[in-house]
Design a protein around this ligand. Structure first.
Ligand code: FE2
Ligand code: FE2
Length: 147
């Protein structure tokens, strides 16, 4: 797997939760099994959900919030992240993780094609064009099992 990711991109991958790393490797293996070996595509397979790194801390915070609600609600009221707006953050990440991931990958030096595949990975391809990007996007989405 390592040779598809430069050291900065590998560090990004390493920040994913273990379950998300596992899922990303499954997508990589599914593409390899079909004979795909394009480096930009396989890097996108490994990093397509990398925008979710920004929610991992928040999920941990949510556990703390639940515990505090049960044991020490007054303290929770004093904490900024007890704000109800934060409870919607997980949903925000679910819809925005492709855009966030594309930005993180670009900042870490991913190729333009890899960045675009990450950015578009959850957008339905109603009329795929003949471009390499659209073809890769379709197989990435198939491997991702989202359509
Ligand atoms: Fe995704
Ligand atoms: Fe995914």
């Amino acid at each position: 797997m390592g040779h598809y990711l430069s050291p900065p991109l590998q560090r990004l991958f390493d920040r994913l939760a273990v379950a998300d790393q596992r899922h990303s490797l499954d997508v990589l293996y599914a593409l390899q099994e079909k004979g795909y070996n394009d480096r930009d595509l396989l890097a996108a397979a490994l990093l397509h959900d990398v925008g979710k790194v920004e929610v991992n801390l928040h999920l941990w915070q949510r556990v703390v919030i639940v515990l505090l609600q049960a044991t020490w609600p007054a303290l929770l009221d004093d904490l900024a992240w007890g704000d109800p707006a934060n409870w919607r953050y997980a949903f925000y990440i679910q819809s925005e993780h492709p855009e966030i991931g594309a930005r993180l990958a670009k900042e870490a030096g991913a190729s333009p094609l890899t960045v675009e595949l990450i950015r578009r990975h959850q957008v339905p391809l109603h009329q795929p064009g003949g471009s390499r990007e659209d073809k890769f996007l379709r197989v990435l989405q198939e491997a991702d099992g989202i359509r």
